[in-house]
Design a protein around this ligand. Structure first.
Ligand code: ATP
Length: 306
């Protein structure tokens, strides 16, 4: 890598809590969510260039990642250039560690990393506020990837309030080879609710993260957090995916405190009672032929790596 390239690392996320309101007229759903950034990362290198280009590689299957203007990192770089009046270009090299279309916000992490990397490369110096505003224009999950840690997200998930979380939480992620499209999962939830499906909760009038969730995070207590974790999208993500229901049941039987679909899925996040329990759970899940990763959170948002 060239010495003048800027390397930024940004984390994937888990939604520890995800309440989804009724679809509004603009097609979006209001959310009450708690994000936690976890130690599964996207590495983005911004290399000086005259034009705009992109290459993607990684530890995960990257075949579904667009290499043109549909790529969120490319959109981020161009938005920053346009906003700040930059005439230079950039070559973005992305190394993905977050599963594609996995419900962990990998594309959003790439966008956040590209903003930070290009801001440093071009010396635009937008500062946290300026970068946050651009992030919110790129996608609802992008501001969180910029900030990291643990945060409550309202609005479309882009209005962030940091949440205090003590200590560390150990998660075991079960990855799925077959991704899920976020708009499809929301659409399925809408249909289930419309048809009064007994499994799908009615959209709550009062969208709020329960105090018990915030208290468990503040106390750093995984045992308190497990029973209050919730994801309104889970029922839609697992419908027609018996493999996911089986994995959820297996993980809990193998000793997880609880298991939850991350965001719109299909990645499953199991909460473990500490690092040793997580390692044992990871081994057991792997022994059934599943791809299981032990990660921890919270970790910082997009930041420059020397
Ligand atoms: P969401 O943030 O919508 O919950 P996700 O976390 O499930 O999404 P991502 O991997 O972020 O999944 O991306 C979902 C889709 O967005 C991909 O299938 C791909 O078509 C498109 N995409 C655009 N840019 C990227 C990127 N940099 N990395 C991965 N996918 C991208």
């Amino acid at each position: 890598m060239r010495a003048d390239a800027v390397h930024v690392r940004a984390p994937g996320k888990i939604n520890v809590y995800l309440g989804v309101g009724a679809r509004s007229d603009d097609g979006y759903h209001p959310l009450a969510t708690v994000f936690q950034a976890v130690s599964l990362y996207e590495d983005v290198y911004a290399v000086p260039s005259d034009g705009f280009s992109l290459e993607v590689a990684g530890a995960v299957d990257v075949s579904g990642v667009p290499l043109d203007d549909r790529n969120l990192a490319m959109r981020a770089a161009k938005l920053l250039a346009q906003t700040a009046g930059v005439t230079a270009g950039v070559h973005l090299r992305i190394r993905k560690g977050v599963p594609v279309a996995g419900g962990m916000g990998g594309g959003s992490a790439d966008a956040a990393a590209a903003l930070v990397a290009c801001d440093a490369l071009w010396g635009t110096d937008l500062g946290p506020r300026g970068l946050h505003d651009l992030a919110a224009r790129l996608g609802a999950d992008v501001p969180f990837a910029l900030h990291g840690g643990t945060a409550v997200g309202t609005g479309r998930g882009d209005v962030l309030t940091p949440a205090l979380a003590r200590g560390r939480f150990d998660w075991v992620l079960v990855l799925s080879g077959q991704g899920l499209s976020t708009p499809d999962v929301y659409g399925r939830l809408d249909r289930m609710r419309m048809h009064g499906d007994a499994l799908a909760d009615d959209p709550t009038e009062l969208l709020e993260v329960p105090a018990a969730v915030l208290q468990a995070l503040l106390a750093g207590d995984a045992r308190d957090l497990a029973p209050v974790m919730m994801n309104d999208l889970e029922v839609a993500a697992v419908s027609g995916r018996p493999d996911l229901e089986l994995a959820l049941a297996d993980g809990v039987r193998m000793g997880a405190l609880t298991g939850i679909v991350s965001g719109s899925g299909p990645t499953i996040a199991f909460l473990a009672d500490g690092p040793e329990a997580a390692r044992a759970l990871q081994d057991e899940l792997k022994a059934t032929g599943r791809e299981a990763l032990h990660v921890h959170g919270p970790v910082p948002g997009a930041r420059i790596i020397d």
